[in-house]
Design a protein around this ligand. Structure first.
Ligand SMILES: NC(=O)c1ccc[n+]([C@@H]2O[C@H](COP(=O)([O-])OP(=O)(O)OC[C@H]3O[C@@H](n4cnc5c(N)ncnc54)[C@H](O)[C@@H]3O)[C@@H](O)[C@H]2O)c1
Length: 264
């Protein structure tokens, strides 16, 4: 099929599961992460090659537009025309609103909002330049939102606001990219057992006097209709749909995949 996707923040966690699933679906995949996670990125790429697809690593900090442009250039040089961008990279922080510093707020938005915008914008520019997207074969921009894009979690307020921004940006891009035959959608996971939730569990636990592992277990039991913590593959299955021709008539949506916490 020869389709090419870039997945940011794919050295581990949800991004890695998405990269592997897209490879399974027939995509060649560029793996991105920050320099500190280079080893994990190389491992993901190697696992994709074992699935019989092409893969390359393009390290970049998604909060910097010039680095994102360079990442796309490297990706296209190695694996050919770009069809799908998954702007997955994100960070979280647990802190009370009144304790948040300007730097906390700036850092959160620079990765989670500017990062997604940088990836959407640079990918759209590349896809338009290629001239490969058509009404019959639209290209795809896909971003990482969260259930907190619909209802914030206390102590995760600036994280929640950043994900609301991803949801808004996704709707705005869907409107402006339609004429270029590019669909734009986001995925909204709930409570997924990754390094990110290890951090949230630990920090919420400290504030609420709970032991490590107790908070995620309590939230999963009390909040999730299906009664289990999510795994990255749950999210990858939805992104597989959003990256496939089956979603060609879907745009501007932020699709929840949370086992039944939020009902939209
Ligand atoms: N884990 C959850 O429960 C959950 C729920 C909802 C949404 N999400 C979102 O899903 C995405 C993936 O989350 P995860 O749980 O796999 O997190 P994770 O921390 O396990 O992985 C995130 C990856 O992104 C990378 N990254 C961070 N900043 C980056 C930057 N500036 N440039 C490039 N890469 C960068 C990290 O190095 C890491 O490898 C995030 O956007 C997150 O906000 C996660």
């Amino acid at each position: 099929m020869g389709r090419h996707a870039i997945v940011t923040g794919s050295s581990r966690g949800i991004g890695k599961a998405i990269a592997l699933r897209l490879a399974y679906d027939g995509y060649d995949v560029t793996i991105n992460d920050v320099l500190a996670n280079k080893a994990g990125a190389e491992e993901t790429a190697e696992e994709i090659r074992k699935l019989g697809r092409k893969s390359t690593v393009a390290l970049a900090d998604v909060s910097k537009f010039a680095e994102v442009e360079q990442m796309i250039q490297t990706a296209v040089k190695e694996l050919g025309n770009l069809d799908t961008m998954v702007a997955n990279a994100g960070i979280a922080q647990v802190k009370a609103l009144l304790d948040l510093t300007e730097e906390d707020f700036q850092r959160m938005f620079s990765v989670n909002v500017f990062g997604v915008n940088n990836c959407y914008k640079a990918a759209a520019q590349q896809i338009i330049k290629q001239g490969t997207a058509s009404a019959e074969h639209p290209a795809k921009l896909i971003g990482a939102a969260s259930i907190v894009a619909f209802k914030p979690f206390a102590l995760l307020s600036h994280y929640s606001a950043s994900k609301w921004a991803v949801r808004g940006l996704t709707q705005a891009y869907a409107m402006e990219m339609a004429e270029h035959h590019i669909t734009v959608n986001a995925y909204a996971p709930g409570i997924v057992g990754t390094a990110m939730w290890d951090l949230i569990d630990e920090e919420l636990g400290k504030k609420q006097g709970a032991q490590k592992g107790e908070t995620i277990e309590k939230y999963s039991r009390e909040l999730i209709a299906l009664g289990r913590t999510s795994v990255p593959e749950d999210v990858a299955k939805l992104v597989s749909f959003l990256g496939s021709p089956d979603s060609d008539y879907v745009t501007g949506q932020t699709q929840v995949v949370d086992g039944g916490i939020i009902f939209t």
